[in-house]
Design a protein. Structure first.
Length: 332
């Protein structure tokens, strides 16, 4: 068990490397990974099921104790992200299904990888988990409405099929996970230790399938989409830091909420694009999985290093004051 815990920790902390490697392999050997594109929805259901399986009553208690922080994250996520995606699609000259794909990325809830990033960044993990839970449970109702509102400028959108699809991919598996977790009781704790890695592997398979069917699009016009996704992602960090700065929020809260808003459920966006539109509509989701994970992990690492440096500086300052006090005592 200790060996598995070490593997689980190593795998999740190096997730960015595995994301880059998976994307590269899917580009080089597309025919090997293309069949996975037919199982994207099923893989996402597995991810959502593991999310429900790992949920605890304390996650919902945190929402009740700190509703403002959690609801504020969801408000920024569902108000700013789709609007900014629409504006960036226009700015970069994206059109049709490619533009729609970026809007889908902006309209989906926070991704489960945000919880890993928050942990790496020394953030408020309970807040991150609670915010992911709330935005995910809201998504069957909010996401189709946002996609229809903003995506309708580029292509005709059918609301109800998307609502049913998100309900099947998100809501049903989460509820099943909660039921299974309740039935298993304490026995589920051993299973939960494997869930972060299991969920991450499913996301990597979604990425591989999406990249493989979009290989030509990525190689020809992928750079523009990647840049658009990157700008969209970085804007989320900037806006959250600005808003939470107005309220004098702590560094821990700011970094947690920034990660939560910026790191979208790109797997879900890719699934919606492939299921309801075309491979081009999943292009931004594929690019988003790479960009969001790489930037999020780098940001988390920088935050951890900053905390370590400040802690070392604090210890050095204490030692210096102690040395001065000792020197003064000796002179007297």
């Amino acid at each position: 068990m200790n060996l598995f815990k070490k593997f689980n920790s190593a795998f999740t902390s190096n997730l960015s490397m595995f994301v880059a490697l998976t994307a590269l392999l899917a580009l080089v050997f597309p025919s090997f990974f293309t069949p996975l594109s037919g199982y994207v929805s099923l893989l996402l259901q597995i991810v959502m099921f593991t999310m429900g399986l790992t949920m605890k009553a304390s996650d919902f208690a945190h929402v009740l104790k700190n509703p403002t922080s959690v609801l504020m994250v969801s408000a920024i996520q569902y108000l700013f992200m789709p609007l900014s995606a629409f504006a960036i699609a226009k700015l970069f000259g994206l059109s049709g299904d490619v533009a729609l794909g970026l809007i889908i990325v902006g309209s989906v809830p926070g991704g489960t990888a945000s919880n890993i990033m928050a942990l790496l960044a020394n953030g408020n993990v309970p807040l991150s988990v609670s915010a992911t839970t709330v935005s995910t449970l809201l998504s069957p109702f909010v996401t189709p409405l946002l996609i229809a509102t903003y995506g309708g400028a580029f292509i005709e959108i059918a609301f109800w099929p998307m609502f049913l699809s998100i309900t099947q991919i998100v809501l049903v598996p989460i509820v099943l996970g909660l039921v299974v977790s309740h039935l298993l009781g304490d026995k589920s704790e051993k299973i939960k230790t494997a869930m972060p890695s299991f969920s991450s592997i499913a996301v990597l398979l979604v990425l591989a399938g999406t990249v493989s069917v979009n290989r030509e699009n990525l190689l020809t016009g992928g750079l523009t989409v990647v840049l658009a996704v990157l700008v969209h992602h970085l804007l989320a960090y900037a806006v959250v830091y600005f808003i939470y700065g107005l309220f004098n929020a702590s560094a821990t809260t700011k970094r947690t909420c920034a990660i939560e808003v910026a790191a979208q459920n790109t797997g879900l966006s890719a699934s919606l694009g492939l299921t309801h539109f075309s491979p081009e509509a999943a292009l931004a989701g594929a690019a988003g999985t790479i960009v969001h994970t790489l930037v999020g992990m780098m940001f988390g690492s920088l935050c951890a290093k900053k905390d370590m440096r400040e802690a070392q500086e604090g210890k050095a300052a204490v030692r210096a004051r102690s040395a001065r006090a000792t020197a003064l005592q000796r002179t007297h």
